[in-house]
Design a protein around this ligand. Structure first.
Ligand code: FE2
Length: 330
């Protein structure tokens, strides 16, 4: 009775087929504890399964370049803009409807990647030891004598390196190097990272720091009286650079539609609220999230103050590290 044989084969084939019709592969430079819950929500809502490879953003960018068109990745989600600029040539153009969901400053002008949350640069300070009229008006002014011995600085922090890379692009290497030397000359309080810088200000070891917006919310969540405030520089100053975590679909993907559905989900209200509520980054798709506290800079303030700067220009992090070394900061 050979009629059974094809039936058995067909059943075996069915069993080997995934239950969901679609699967996508995501390379995520964003950490698993942060993104796994929201990815699970996406799968619940759409039935699309997401295979995730987690890693450091820079490390995954290198892997993608090595794999080229043979990469199994449909999507690359990066923590920072340097990696997005690096991988840009490998990304496909996103549909206009997806791009239109965020403001132009949060996405690639060529439409190949899009921000998923905003990470604004700004200053934090001690409201007890820094008067409002003492706050720096421009990023350039941070080298002023009045901040001697009072500025916390994390010279190896990725966002600092990215920000200095933007300064090189905007004002030239000579200017950036002089600025870095200026910082070194006023005897900064060198700290390990941005978190340590916030703590140094709270502990009275420093009074001011150029940093990212989202750390303060994390401190305030556990201590509502955490004695650190935020301020922007004057509107349009490079000091207020709005960077993003962002994502793109690989040109080599054979699942572009499902991959784009994932991006659309990330730009929706559920995911935007999740990210801003959990990590205190800013939303990028116009959903009103309450600022972290009366001492925090709100999204609309940060957005209004942000300079018009093409984030794709932030690529040469190595060259910036050289300048930071040359200035004697590391
Ligand atoms: Fe950070």
């Amino acid at each position: 009775m050979n009629i059974l044989k094809p039936t058995v084969l067909a059943l075996a084939a069915l069993a080997a087929t995934p239950l969901t019709a679609e699967q996508i592969t995501l390379y995520s430079g964003r950490g698993e504890p942060l993104v796994a819950p929201i990815i699970a929500t996406f799968t619940e809502q759409t039935g699309i399964e997401v295979n995730v490879r987690y890693g450091g953003t820079a490390e995954l960018a290198i892997l993608l370049q090595e794999e080229g068109g043979r990469s199994p990745a449909d999507l690359f989600w990066a923590q920072d803009v340097a990696a997005l600029g690096t991988i840009k040539p490998m990304f496909a153009e996103l549909p206009q409807a997806t791009l239109d969901r965020v403001e132009a400053i949060h996405r690639d002008a060529g439409g190949r990647w899009i921000g998923t949350s905003g990470r604004a640069r700004l200053v934090i300070y001690s409201p007890e030891r820094v008067e409002a009229d003492e706050l720096p008006v421009t990023m350039a002014e941070l080298t002023d004598e009045r901040f001697r011995g009072r500025m916390a600085l994390a010279p190896t922090n990725g966002s600092f390196i990215a920000h200095v890379t933007a300064l090189r692009e905007a004002a030239g290497d000579d200017f950036a190097l002089e600025w870095l030397k200026g910082l070194a000359a006023i005897d900064p309080v060198i700290v390990r990272n941005n978190t340590a810088g916030h703590q140094a200000i709270a502990d009275g070891e420093a009074d001011i720091m150029l940093t990212n917006n989202y750390y303060l919310g994390r401190f305030l969540a556990s201590d509502a009286d955490f004695p650190v405030a935020q301020a922007t520089f004057e509107a349009g100053d490079l000091g207020n650079l709005m960077m993003v975590a962002g994502i793109g679909v690989l040109e080599s993907s054979e699942n572009k539609e499902a991959a784009t559905a994932f991006i659309d989900f990330l730009l929706g209200e559920v995911a935007q609220q999740y990210f801003t509520g959990n990590v205190y980054e800013f939303p990028v798709s116009g959903i009103g999230i309450v600022p972290v506290s009366g001492m925090g800079v709100s999204y609309s303030e940060a957005n209004a103050a942000a300079p018009d700067f093409d984030l794709n220009r932030i690529v040469d992090m190595e060259g910036t590290l050289e300048l930071i070394r040359e200035a004697g900061l590391i």
